[in-house]
Design a protein around this ligand. Structure first.
Ligand code: NAP
Length: 316
């Protein structure tokens, strides 16, 4: 099936293009990007022109940051195209609902992807937890923003979500592996005094059976990067490491994988999209986004030291 990739930036180059090129289900038929392009692929810089000139391409995959993405998604659905969204699915919940309604009304597929849910050991964690009584679950997601988002300004702008941009990946796993729904009860957001969005956040959740659920996100981590979820149950402890790529049960590696266990995430997203399009299906689970919106609504703001990336000069 022909597909157009929109927003040729970091994630398009790192993950989407290799996954599409390796797939026998998809053909990268066009790109739409003001600056980026892919050698040998038709290039558009204007999305309206793309929609009017290429009615033969039925699917668009949107790799833009969340704030500009809604207008592209709405135009694509109104023009009769199936739409695949990078995470987070939007800047606000209301615009995500609008997209879902547009897809429903037009009989089109909408896929709000959560790539971390496709990490190798997430499905195993979900089935291991299914018949256990949860006592506590702790998320620790600590990474170096300068390493993973070099000089990206949108993450610090309203709608960019700050540390929740990676934190929502953890929440996408938590909402996938827990058999019950949780909701946010308390949040503290550490916001650099020169920025709009948090650089760190501590969250606590209500769990219907009383388990203690918490999350610590921090973008100021140097050295080892930590993407861990630890769940203590009545029958032992489960630890997901490296963003869901490894799993330990009671401290022992439960199921090791050959090669890079994160390399399957984007190929699986494109397989899922092919399946959805075949039945005009919609997959738009907004639960991770609800937790982030709640944290931004309920969170206590604490001003912390200003943040400057590599391109900015610090005031003397
Ligand atoms: P990025 O490189 O900063 O931006 C992607 C592309 O979007 C840019 O190259 C730009 O292309 C286009 N764009 C940016 N701002 C725009 C605007 N205001 N209007 C229209 N187009 C605009 O971002 P990214 O890191 O790839 O992240 C994009 C999305 O992927 C985010 O939602 C992020 O959470 C998600 N994601 C990122 C990573 C990662 O490691 N970076 C991992 C997983 C998911 P043109 O200027 O050429 O038009």
């Amino acid at each position: 099936m022909k597909l157009a990739l929109v927003g040729i930036g970091k994630i398009a180059v790192d993950q989407h293009i290799p996954a599409i090129k390796a797939s026998d289900q998809w053909e990268l038929a066009a790109t739409v990007s003001r600056q980026g392009s892919v050698s040998g692929v038709a290039t558009f810089t204007d999305f309206d022109l793309f929609l009017s000139q290429r009615p033969d391409i039925p699917v668009v995959s949107l790799c833009l940051p969340p704030v500009p993405r809604f207008d592209y998604a709405a135009k694509a659905l109104k023009a009769g195209r199936h739409v695949m969204l990078e995470k987070p699915p939007g800047a606000t919940l209301a615009e995500c609902h609008t997209l879902t309604r547009l897809a429903e009304d037009n009989g089109l597929s909408l896929y709000a992807t959560w790539h971390s849910r496709e990490a190798d050991k997430v499905a195993m964690a979900r089935s291991w937890l299914a018949d256990k009584t949860l006592r506590s679950l702790q998320v620790t997601w600590k990474e170096d923003v300068c390493r993973w988002h070099p000089n990206q300004d949108w993450i610090w702008q309203p709608g960019g979500m700050g540390v929740f941009d990676p934190g929502i990946n953890a929440l996408s796993i938590v909402t996938q592996i827990l058999p019950v729904d949780i909701h946010l009860r308390d949040a503290t957001l550490m916001v650099p005094e020169n920025r709009q969005t948090p650089i760190a956040a501590d969250l606590a959740f209500y769990h219907p059976e009383g388990a203690r659920i918490s999350a610590a996100f921090d973008w100021r981590q140097k050295g080892d990067q930590i993407w861990t979820i630890e769940a203590e149950t009545d029958q032992g402890t489960l630890t997901l490491l490296d963003g869901g790529a490894r799993i330990l049960i009671d401290g022992r590696e439960a199921d090791s994988a050959d090669g890079n266990p994160l390399s399957g995430e984007y190929p699986r997203l494109y397989e899922n999209m092919a399946t959805l399009v075949a039945r005009n299906g919609i997959d738009a689970d907004l639960r991770p986004m609800v937790h982030v919106s709640d944290a931004l609504a309920l969170g206590r703001r604490v001003a912390v030291a200003p943040f400057y990336d590599d391109t900015e000069s610090k005031p003397r």
